[in-house]
Ligand binder design. Structure first.
Ligand SMILES: CC(C)(COP(=O)(O)OP(=O)(O)OC[C@H]1O[C@@H](n2cnc3c(N)ncnc32)[C@H](O)[C@@H]1OP(=O)(O)O)[C@@H](O)C(=O)NCCC(=O)NCCS
Length: 350
């Protein structure tokens, strides 16, 4: 059992020669020890705004420099020597050669628990490199280093990181308020956990699929839709029938709503789409299927149209697409609820 062990006792290795090289069987990447020649790439990764936003890389006056990268490599070496912090370079193809594309670490918290952290160089993103790296580190943590639990923590809203954790099988636990030190303050943290006994696959994730006919394109909502959502939700007719929306309805409400649509998809409790103009992608309205995660196989459909889009059949077209999708997903019933009126439609509305 690892539960009585002290931080670092199981994983100390001489740096760099003792650092285990973890090889992706599909050949996309290798995890290896840091080298002085990685310093310039570390600098460009640590100057990236997404990395600064979501991680705690230092932000010295004038920006991150080569001397910061050299100091970081010394910290990495000390981490391996003590076994407290195990950090690898993610080496993969970038700009025509294999080189530093990011880093990933395990921080030993003692008692068999460790915390994972990672970042990718901007040019390494969008290729599932981090999901692959995390799966390799998962195997090392459980099968070689003998950890019992790996924890993932992130600032709320870091969907790319949450997707990576889900792809490696982490189970989302929720939000722990004011638990993550970040640039001088304690921020809320998203937390997910993987235990040595959990399945080694991926945690299921449902995104709203893009659905299209000649009149509308249904796609996930995005921040760019927020202004038109505010217009739609400030309209008198919308407010008459959707009585529970905030009044007055401001930009922050629209952004909260967009975030809620992502949370619903991640938790598989509901799917929300933007009803977009197929020509210019303009927000014409919203449509949702909620509650389909339950045992009954039933969902509730909800929708609203932007005032400019009314009377042109766009919501009817959207309902056809969504009920068709629901039918494919083998939902047996869809209900429409509007201020006390509830209509149950079994099968599709086609
Ligand atoms: C987090 C990070 C490493 C993810 O890198 P990435 O290249 O997007 O990772 P992957 O290519 O493995 O993508 C994982 C999945 O997330 C999805 N994804 C990426 N950005 C997303 C976003 N903003 N919203 C939702 N999903 C997103 C990808 O489409 C991909 O899905 P798929 O596997 O179904 O195709 C990278 O964005 C990064 O370095 N961010 C800055 C540092 C950081 O946030 N570190 C983590 C701190 S907790």
């Amino acid at each position: 059992m690892a539960t009585d062990r002290q931080p670092g006792t199981a994983a100390a290795r001489p740096f760099p020669d003792g650092v285990p090289v973890l090889v992706d069987p599909a050949g996309a990447l290798v995890l290896r020890a840091h080298a002085p020649s990685d310093a310039a790439d570390i600098v460009s990764a640590c100057r990236d705004l997404e990395v600064i936003r979501w991680t705690t890389v230092p932000v010295p006056p004038g920006g991150y420099t080569l001397s910061d990268a050299d100091a970081f490599i010394e910290v990495v070496a000390a981490g391996w020597a003590s076994g407290r912090r195990l950090t690898w370079v993610i080496e993969a193809e970038r700009a025509g050669r294999r080189r530093f594309c990011g880093s990933i670490h395990l921080l030993d918290d003692g008692f068999g628990q460790c915390e994972v952290g990672f970042l990718l160089h901007p040019e390494g993103r969008g290729r599932s490199l981090m999901s692959t790296a995390l799966r390799l580190v998962r195997g090392y943590a459980f099968d070689i280093a003998g950890f019992e639990v790996i924890r993932w923590r992130a600032l709320p809203g870091n969907w790319a990181s949450r997707r990576v954790a889900a792809a490696a099988g982490f189970v989302f636990d929720g939000t722990v308020r004011r638990s993550l030190p970040h640039r001088g303050e304690l921020r809320d943290a998203w937390v997910a956990t993987l235990t040595a006994d959990d399945p080694r696959g991926s945690t299921a994730w449902t995104d709203p699929p893009t659905l299209q006919d000649r009149r509308v394109r249904l796609r996930p909502l995005a921040e760019a839709d927020a202004d038109r959502i505010v217009q739609a939700c400030s309209d008198a007719r919308t407010r008459r029938w959707l009585v529970s929306i905030p009044q007055p309805y401001v930009l922050a409400d629209a952004l909260d709503f967009i975030e809620l649509t992502r949370e619903s998809a991640a938790r598989r409790t509901g799917l929300f789409w933007c009803i977009a103009d197929p020509d210019d992608d303009r927000y014409l309205g919203s449509i949702s299927l909620e509650g389909f995660g339950g045992y009954s196989g039933r969902a509730e459909i909800g929708y609203l149209a932007h005032p400019e889009a009314r009377g042109a059949g766009v919501v009817t077209a959207a309902v056809r697409l969504v009920t068709g999708y629901a039918e494919e997903q083998a939902l047996v019933g869809i209900s429409v609820s509007s201020s006390g009126v509830q209509v149950q439609a079994v099968g599709s509305a086609k």
